[in-house]
Design a protein around this ligand. Sequence first.
Ligand SMILES: [Zn+2]
Length: 324
Amino acid sequence: MLEHINSVCGKVKADSLGRTLMHEHLLVGVPGWETHTTIQAMSRPDMISLMVDRLAEAVDAGFQSMVDPCPSDMGRDVELMREVADASGMTMICATGLYTEGLGASSYWGLKARFGADVANELSEVMIREIEEGVGSSGVQAGIIKVASGPGPLTDYEKTVFTAAAKASNATDVPITTHTFHTEGLEQVAFLGELGVSPEKIIVGHSCGNGELQYHLNIIDSGAYVGFDQFGMTAIRSDEERIDAMMAIVGAVDTGKIIVSHDMVICQRGKLFSGERQEMGNVTPLHFTRKVAPKLLAAGMTQKQLDEILIENPRRYFIGPSAA
Ligand SMILES: [Zn+2]
């Protein structure tokens, strides 16, 4: 059971998290972005000012906390996070951990494995240090562990990263949040479970990209949380479909295992998209409040249930299984 949560500005009590967006990003850089040297990058002060504006809006709208589960191989910048958290008033929680084999740092860690390294052990040491002492020399401590797999079954590399994450979670009580391609959740929970991680310490990310009620109920039955964390990402699934799926869960069980967010990316390193397009999804953290919450309430969700999803579930998830 966790007494305190590491935010990028220091330790906070779980009871003080308040309304929490559980999966948003200030900055993402897909490995290789730094080779795209012909593009004009936004300056650091400009990025920070844009991020502070966006988050200050969310703070004004009643959000007190935000998890940025950017893994360490996707352009994570914890000092920038600290600066933005400090200036915006948002309590921000950053992650330790790695992305998928296909899109992350597998070149480096895979090569190390070929040269004989015990990668699971070395990586767990990295994660534990980032949680207990901080990332590099920044002093910024990670408050959540990020793992990712898919599409399809966990690869050997991903199993190594998951093994390191399980060790780090078991050693520190810090919970785990995952990335899926919408179908790998049960395998992730089962694999982490075999390594001693309680499902109640796992959020299966991007679960709302899957339209099958049974998929969601199976994850909830396991004890893990379902991430409805891509509202506004209509290229994958419309908000209406995500809302219908959430209300089906509420009808079948309750709201106790649902968390919400947008998977917003305020700034992207490099230039991933052609033309004017900048992002996968929406770029305001207020989309849920403005566009989604009213529809959930109209569909029969009570304000008490909505508050449970936004306030109580994040608190309970961070504190851990023995939480009252
Ligand atoms: Zn994300």
